[in-house]
Design a protein around this ligand. Structure first.
Ligand code: CU
Length: 300
């Protein structure tokens, strides 16, 4: 009985270890490179870290806040057509807040929590940026500037913002809304799920019917083929001319003193000889091909 229990508990222990997603903790491994840039070898990075310098216009830190932001494919499920998202799309803080962001990337790829538009004298390129090769956690701190302004927060990995990983952070009242924030503002390029595929096909056909005159005049498709035909004709003509020039003196000597009917008769005779040669050649070729075939095909 005791044995069974211990085996059971071992199985439970192992299964939880397998099921639980293991998050890498970047914070313990980060190396400080100066100027608020921290980095480790496991794909964790903090840029624009500022824990103590007050932005101009802030007399003191107004509030100290901590937030945890999750990032991953699963948070995009509620936004049709999106692939990636943060679990929060809108943040709001008082001016001069000291903000610590704990960023948790739940995907097996890289994500960022990147804030833009900060004062450049304090934040390199005006950015505060957390990056994590997931699944992992990373944390960073900044002091928000004074004034009412809306800041863009996004993941800058190619196409991740377009696919939904976009948010806005309002300091004070903010200064408006940014477009294409999933669940907050309208997409700049809206997906249309009303039309079914057959309807779209009919629409495309209708547009194609209207379009031809424009496309026919603008697309110069037959030009290259015409050019090719020209070159073929000209090369044949050149060969013909060359042959004519070579044969002409010989024929001129032959035809000297002949009447028109004699010339015609002679020409036909030449043609007859020529055709006989050609037919002989062809028949010989056919013979060769037939005998080859017989050689290739095994007899039963
Ligand atoms: Cu991303």
């Amino acid at each position: 009985m005791f044995k069974l229990l211990s085996v059971g508990s071992l199985i439970v222990l192992f299964s939880t270890a397998v099921l639980a997603l293991e998050y890498e903790e970047h914070d313990a491994m980060l190396m400080d490179h100066g100027d608020g840039h921290l980095m480790d070898m496991a794909g964790g990075m903090v840029m624009g870290q500022n824990t103590d310098t007050l932005p101009g216009g802030c007399d003191s830190v107004s509030e100290t806040k901590e937030i945890t932001v999750h990032a991953g494919h699963k948070y995009a499920e509620k936004f049709p057509g999106r692939m990636f998202a943060f679990d929060t799309q809108e943040f709001n803080f008082k001016p001069c807040t000291k903000l610590t962001v704990h960023f948790i990337n739940e995907d097996n790829i890289r994500h960022q929590w990147m804030m833009h538009g900060l004062p450049k004298y304090l934040y390199p390129m005006g950015m505060f940026h957390l990056e994590a090769s997931g699944p992992s956690r990373i944390s960073g701190t900044l002091i928000l500037p004074p004034g009412d302004k809306t800041y863009l927060v996004h993941c800058d990995i190619a196409q991740h913002m377009e696919k939904g990983m976009k948010a806005q952070l309002k300091v004070g009242k903010g200064d408006g809304d940014l477009p294409s924030i999933p669940g907050v503002t309208a997409f700049v390029i809206a997906d249309d799920y009303k039309a079914t595929l057959p309807e779209l096909a009919v629409k495309a056909d209708a547009e194609a019917l209207i379009a031809p005159p424009v496309s026919a005049t603008t697309v110069p498709v037959p030009l290259p083929t015409v050019k090719q035909d020209d070159s073929v004709i000209s090369s044949v003509t050149v060969i013909g001319l060359a042959l004519g020039l070579l044969v002409a003196p010989f024929l001129a000597r032959k035809f000297k003193g002949m009447s028109v009917s004699e010339v015609v008769a002679y020409t036909f005779d030449l043609l007859r000889v020529f055709f006989e040669m050609v037919t002989k050649l062809i028949s010989r070729l056919i013979k060769i091909m037939v005998t080859n075939k017989n050689k290739i095909l095994p007899e039963k």
